[in-house]
Write a protein that binds this ligand. Structure first.
Ligand code: GL5
Length: 825
């Protein structure tokens, strides 16, 4: 086929001239403007529209192939998808980035400028939501049949502003002026029942039948975001449900007085998908949140069943062969009783048959051991919102208790421990237990975390069902987190080892042999320096702080949490500052400490820590006595698109959680992939990163999990560290003065109180000295340019394991048992 003929194929990629024409056409026809009038926003939209035409063609073909091949598919249920921006990623995955950038240049537009117009799709809080986004990228890249299901929040995670050092939350409006990537699918609207009561009926055969008479019905409207795999062959879908009021209202129930106050119980339908709960790893326990969870699970299950029935009619025997549903944490756990309800009440299967199907469909990922993040709902609340589901949960539990009794006869202690229902002042439904019991596989997200899930969280479940609890270590997509966000490094790597690493990240290992090569070291570190310059420009523009690109860029980016210990970092900064004040000749490599973190709006101490970082920053950055040896920068509104700028510019990656608390972490992987050296505890995936890069290429410090447990058991006394270590005492006492908050003594005291009077739950003081020692080792290592460059190169070279393609491969082999589906033209 000659080139001209090839271009007539609808799927052939556009060339520059065609791309230019497509952008101009969209400026004229979709946006009603022209090349002379268009602002950056219009150029951005027109560019997206030009790509979307290609994307939709891919989507159509993918859906056709999946339908004709009747493939088994995974359905990834997640209350959060932290997608970030899509333009650059879609262009990279379609292989069109250079074409688009050239086309725009000829039109007088810089692609980097219009990329800044795109609002982040911030429909998630942190690692859990971003993991879901990386996974759907890998699923499409690996040509696996998959759908992401979630909620179409009108407002994603709040926008953070910093006023006089304090966090202020502002609403996020990611689709105020329309979002060019999403497609509304009114033909697939679903109805979701809520509230009401359950009627028990006796069928002809004497079979007891349950009928739920809902108090209200809401509408779920699907919005599809196409997910373009790398090289653009498979285009899967992320389907997000928006709530709306239904045209239908159950007047029978209303007239029958099925509930007391119809007005009060009738939820405002539209509020369901209004806003993402901004709590990372804590449960609000709010009625609306349970409704959100049920809303998207119910819509998604009905959607799956509709598609299944199209191919298989009422024959349920193949359902579990075709459908696997991955529950991303317990947030979608209510899908388990919902499927049981559909199978038993609607399809009229008997319980055992229904349970047999259901327990072959669900698999559950646990993302945390923190007790405050393990979801529990008051039984009373479930009964009110989902009366039939509570009955089903009781029935699941009743049968499960019989199984427990067989294994541990008459052991009430074990029964109480394993029961889905926690007895107490208020009966609670444990969603973690429901998820384990209702799934065929349960996984943790890093080796160490999965080991602790087995030994500490669910040991009896592990004994009852050996092999059900397993591990799949998290991963990140190298397409976004290296190729797209660090184009200079990507090009250098391409030149050195070829360009197929984005699909096979183990290929990066080939860089290792250049780790000692002076020329390559120079090139690698020059890229780093250039990226640091870009970030320095950004810091100047947004905060008016001047930073030296020759200083070490030391970065801690993640949600603000006591267990992640941003305050350990802060105490070390204060200690350094103090050393410099006491000895102006104190010898250290200049450092820029850079933070990015959002605190949950109701998490007081987390907000106090942000305030303290900013106040300490103000003081240090304006103190000529420290001679610019330290700068402290808190970049507001940390989000995916900001991470994409910070990560390529980082020298040091702070991964300093208390051992045993961070399930995995994924920022640790992104930073190491871009050549930052980790200073970290033996926690989560840090352990596996250390295994990969070797002890010489990472700075490990602090207590191990075992030591944390031992210290706790022996009675941890933070005051001992305070009195024994004069530097700890000095920095903690400093917090009580008005040195950093002139005229407001005590404004930072809550941090000191949490570490002394409230018991220092996360053992900050116990790890402080060994953290300082690790920081001194970093300082020494950085002075040796060749050594540092070698470490950085090895970090990049050894990140093969942490591609999300490997995670997905593990899921496919250990849990999902899926096969790729080639997309035909
Ligand atoms: C988290 C864990 O805290 C992280 O360690 C983990 O990497 C991530 C993805 O598995 O899941 N759990 C959680 O609720 N959030 C996380 O980031 O938000």
């Amino acid at each position: 086929m000659n080139a001209k003929a090839a271009k007539t194929q609808p799927s052939s990629p556009l060339d520059k001239a065609e791309f230019k024409a497509a952008i101009v056409k969209h400026l004229h026809c979709s946006l009603g403007t022209d090349e002379n009038k268009a602002n950056n926003h219009a150029w951005w939209k027109a560019t997206c529209a030009a790509i979307q035409a290609q994307v939709l063609e891919g989507l159509r073909k993918t859906q056709k192939s999946h339908y004709f091949n009747d493939t088994r598919a995974v359905h990834y249920f997640s209350a959060e998808f932290l997608m970030g921006r899509l333009l650059s990623n879609n262009l990279q995955n379609l292989g069109l980035f250079d074409v688009a950038s050239g086309a725009l240049k000829e039109l007088g537009v810089e692609i980097t400028d219009i990329m800044e117009e795109e609002p982040d799709m911030a429909l998630g809080n942190g690692g859990l939501g971003r993991l879901a986004a990386c996974f759907i990228d890998s699923l499409a890249t690996m040509e696996l049949p998959a759908i992401g299901y979630g909620i179409h929040y009108e407002h994603g995670l709040f926008r953070q502003e910093i006023k006089s050092g304090a966090q202020i939350e502002r609403p996020d409006s990611w689709r105020d002026y329309g979002n060019p990537w999403e497609i509304c699918r009114p033909e697939s609207i679903q109805e979701v029942p809520l509230f009401g009561y359950v009627e028990t009926k006796y069928g002809e055969s004497g079979r007891i039948q349950k009928e739920w008479h809902p108090g209200s019905i809401v509408k779920g409207i699907p919005w599809d975001i196409p997910v373009v795999g790398y090289e653009g062959k498979t285009v899967n879908v992320l389907r997000l449900w928006q709530s709306d009021s239904s045209d239908y209202f159950n007047w029978d129930v209303f007239n029958a007085g099925g509930y007391v106050d119809a007005q009060r119980e009738n939820v405002q339908a539209e509020t369901i998908s209004k806003v993402l709960y901004p709590n990372d790893e804590t449960e609000a326990g709010k009625e609306l949140r349970l409704i959100q969870q049920y809303f998207f699970c119910s819509c998604s299950l009905k959607d799956i069943i509709r598609r299944y029935k199209r191919a298989h009619g009422d024959d349920w025997s193949r359902f579990a062969d075709q459908v696997v549903i991955q529950l991303n944490d317990t947030h979608p756990a209510i899908a388990i009783p919902e499927l049981m309800r559909i199978l038993v009440d609607r399809a009229e299967l008997d319980w055992d048959q229904a349970w047999g199907i259901s327990t072959k469909v669900f698999a559950y990922t646990n993302h945390t051991l923190l007790p405050e993040a393990l979801e529990k709902w008051p039984a009373r609340m479930i009964e009110k919102i989902l009366p039939r589901h509570l009955e089903i949960i009781y029935e699941i539990n009743h049968r499960f208790m019989a199984e427990v009794d067989k294994k541990w006869p008459s052991d009430n202690r074990i029964k109480a421990k394993l029961s889905i229902i926690e007895e107490g002042n208020e009966k609670m439904v444990r969603m973690g237990h429901l998820s384990v019991i209702g799934s065929f596989a349960v996984n943790g997200v890093a080796e160490m975390h999965s080991r602790l899930v087995k030994s500490d969280l669910f040991p009896e479940f592990d004994a009852l069902w050996p092999g059900k609890l397993t591990n799949v270590t998290n991963g990140i997509t190298p397409r976004r987190w290296l190729k797209a966000c660090n184009p200079e490094l990507s090009k250098l790597i391409d030149k050195k080892i070829g360009s197929d690493w984005p699909k096979d990240l183990y290929k990066l290992e080939a860089l290792e042999k250049y780790a000692d090569n002076k020329t390559f070291q120079k090139q690698f570190m020059q890229v780093k320096l250039n990226n640091k310059q870009l970030l320095a420009d950004e810091i100047r523009e947004s905060l008016d702080i001047e930073v030296d690109v020759n200083a070490i860029f030391d970065v801690q980016i993640k949600r603000l949490h006591e267990y992640k210990r941003q305050h350990l970092n802060l105490l070390h900064i204060m200690a350094l500052y103090r050393r410099l004040l006491e000895n102006p000749d104190y010898d250290m490599v200049p450092r820029v400490f850079i933070f990015g973190a959002k605190a949950a709006p109701g998490y007081k101490l987390a907000k106090d820590i942000i305030y303290a970082i900013n106040k300490v920053a103000d003081k240090i950055n304006n103190d000529p006595r420290v001679n610019n040896k330290i700068k402290v920068v808190f970049l507001p509104n940390y989000r995916v698109s900001l991470a994409e700028k910070m990560i390529p510019a980082s020298d040091v990656s702070e991964q300093i959680s208390t051992a045993g608390k961070e399930a995995s972490g994924t920022g640790n992987m992104k930073l190491a992939l871009n050549g930052a050296i980790t200073v970290g505890t033996l926690d989560g995936a840090n352990v596996e990163i250390a295994e990969e890069v070797g002890d010489d290429n990472i700075f490990i410090f602090g207590l191990t999990v075992e030591e944390v447990h031992e210290l706790k058991d022996n009675g941890y006394k933070p005051y001992d560290y305070y009195y024994r270590d004069p530097e700890i005492k000095a920095v903690l006492d400093w917090l009580e003065t008005d040195y950093f908050t002139p005229g407001k003594p005590g404004a930072l005291v809550s941090i000191k109180q949490s570490l002394l009077d409230h018991g220092d739950q996360y053992m900050v003081l116990a790890d402080f000295r060994s953290y300082c020692d690790a920081q001194i080792a970093i300082d020494e290592a950085y002075r040796d340019k060749a050594r540092w460059a070698k470490m950085a190169i090895i970090n990049t070279a050894k990140m093969g394991k942490f591609t999300s393609d490997r995670s997905i491969k593990d899921y496919v082999e250990r849990i999902w048992k899926l096969s790729p589906c080639k997309i035909e033209n």
